[in-house]
Write a protein that binds this ligand. Structure first.
Ligand code: ZN
Length: 222
């Protein structure tokens, strides 16, 4: 991800000023979700959209030939106007397309995750699941390229577990727990892992946050 863009910049591809207010997939929340939704850092990343050419980026004032080719491409135009996704989710998925072409897997991953949040808010459960499965694919690509999604050891495992759980891939989540659960060693992450494990074993695919985890811990301790 890049720094917060200026509002209404001139598009680097078509040289026309944007008129659409940049939008974020999520506002800061008092308590973050298990997939980090609500962390203040996400509100810094507001997606800009060029009304003239359809370019979707954190920074509309940056981009060149590769971005121009993608924005003009059939797959990009199809995604941008796909009626089966919410409009903002389409824009994140267009950004994912360009990030994939540049093999920027972390950026691609977060674009898919943010598209999933937009789908969650619009009640588009099937589409939210699609976006999470794409995010898991991008995480796999990142790992193959030796790129970590997060800077904290163990966090990638927790993120993957939450994506699998929210996508109802419970068997895969249990296999991941058995194989990599021991690699999560930081105390806070261990607490999240314990909570996530019981959600997975209950086949719970709903959205949960750290306050839910603390309530569960208190109930277990009684
Ligand atoms: Zn443009």
């Amino acid at each position: 991800m890049t720094a917060r863009p200026d509002p209404f910049p001139v598009c680097a591809l078509c040289r026309k000023p944007s008129v659409t207010q940049p939008a974020a997939a999520s506002s800061p929340l008092p308590v973050a979700d298990l997939d980090t939704r609500g962390s203040p850092r996400f509100s810094q990343y507001r997606l800009s959209y060029c009304d003239s050419c359809g370019y979707c980026a954190y920074r509309l004032d940056r981009g060149g030939r590769l971005e121009s080719q993608w924005v003009a491409s059939k797959p990009y135009r199809g995604q941008l106007h796909d009626p089966s996704f919410p409009g903002l989710a389409n824009r994140y998925l267009c950004m994912d397309m360009i990030a994939q072409a540049q093999q920027q897997w972390s950026s691609s991953f977060w674009s898919c995750v943010q598209a999933a949040w937009v789908c969650d808010d619009q009640g588009e459960a099937v589409r939210a699941r699609d976006c999470r499965l794409w995010a898991l694919n991008r995480m796999g690509q990142a790992q193959a390229a030796g790129e970590a999604i997060t800077s904290q050891p163990g966090s990638d495992v927790l993120l993957r577990l939450d994506l699998l759980r929210r996508s109802q891939r419970f068997s895969q989540a249990i296999r991941l727990l058995e194989r990599y659960g021991h690699t999560v060693s930081e105390p806070m992450l261990e607490r999240i892992l314990a909570y996530q494990s019981q959600l997975i074993r209950q086949r719970n695919d709903r959205r949960h946050n750290l306050a839910d985890m603390e309530r569960w811990e208190r109930a277990v301790a009684q």
